[in-house]
Design a protein. Structure first.
Length: 275
């Protein structure tokens, strides 16, 4: 099996000519998620547009925090949120399928996002739901078992793509079998990409701590300095989110391509493909 460095290098090669489409697919998924989440908030009465106002004034903090959702609104929120999660999960699955096609020489396209909806949608939803249930149940024990289960099932979407007629439970079992002894290897591969996200975290914590230490005690001594702290905190949060978003579009296509290469290497190791 190739080393993680070789896998990353191969992933970069496969992305040549496909990178813009990979970013576009991520943008489309993000937009779809934002739109559907906004619809859910509106339908369940959580949108600011649905807040009752007096006259032409915006609601004050007391009225906002005193708002309570009815049991129907809560139930509707949960149901719609699950539906949205399954739809976005299906689009993400199609995105991962695109990377497997890319390894076979087929260019990435936005059509990959819709492939899971074209046939056997019930199985697609079953694979996604069962993965979520397993990870959640293991996470109830402790965070570490949940992460281990997440990596045990990491190849499920790829296996489903190659074996669409395989039973849902068998797809997950196959992923667990393939990942025996390889979970740490894939975690280390992901970590080489995730470490980049420490940049906005360092920005937020470093500058934030420095600024707040400069104005220590301002809460009782200087209201203007306290306002400055609050504005600085908001600015840092916005900057961190912006940098995080930009890094996502830079890192995620490379990480997903690397995962696809990792899967192909696993198949070779299992003597399921030659080459």
């Amino acid at each position: 099996m190739l080393t993680n460095k070789e896998i990353r290098s191969m992933a970069r090669e496969y992305l040549r000519g496909n990178y813009k489409m990979a970013v576009l697919n991520l943008i489309l998924i993000t937009i779809a998620n934002s739109v559907m989440q906004s619809v859910v908030r509106t339908l369940t009465g959580e949108s600011a547009l649905n807040m009752q106002m007096t006259g032409d004034t915006l609601p004050n903090w007391d009225s906002v925090f005193s708002m309570q959702s009815s049991p129907f609104q809560t139930t509707l929120n949960v149901v719609l949120s699950i539906i949205v999660a399954l739809i976005i999960g299906s689009m993400q699955m199609g995105n991962e399928w695109g990377y497997l096609d890319m390894l076979d020489g087929t260019p990435l396209s936005s059509g990959h996002l819709l492939k899971p909806f074209e046939n056997q949608l019930s199985k697609t939803l079953g694979v996604l739901a069962l993965q979520a249930v397993y990870v959640i149940l293991w996470s109830v024990l402790l965070i570490i078992p949940g992460i281990m289960k997440l990596y045990s099932l990491a190849l499920s979407n790829f296996i489903y793509f190659d074996n669409p007629d395989m039973k849902t439970t068998d797809i997950l079992r196959q992923s667990e079998a393939f990942m025996k002894g390889k979970k740490m290897r894939l975690f280390q591969l992901d970590l080489t990409y995730f470490v980049v996200y420490l940049i906005p975290v360092a920005l937020f914590l470093g500058i934030g701590v420095s600024a707040f230490s400069m104005y220590a005690g301002a809460a009782t001594a200087d209201s203007d300095a306290l306002l400055y702290q609050a504005l600085l905190l908001v600015g840092l949060m916005l900057a961190a989110f912006a940098i995080f978003g930009i890094l996502t579009f830079i890192v995620e296509p490379r990480r997903k391509a690397a995962r696809a290469v990792f899967y192909s290497e696993v198949l070779k190791e299992e003597n399921l493909i030659i080459g």
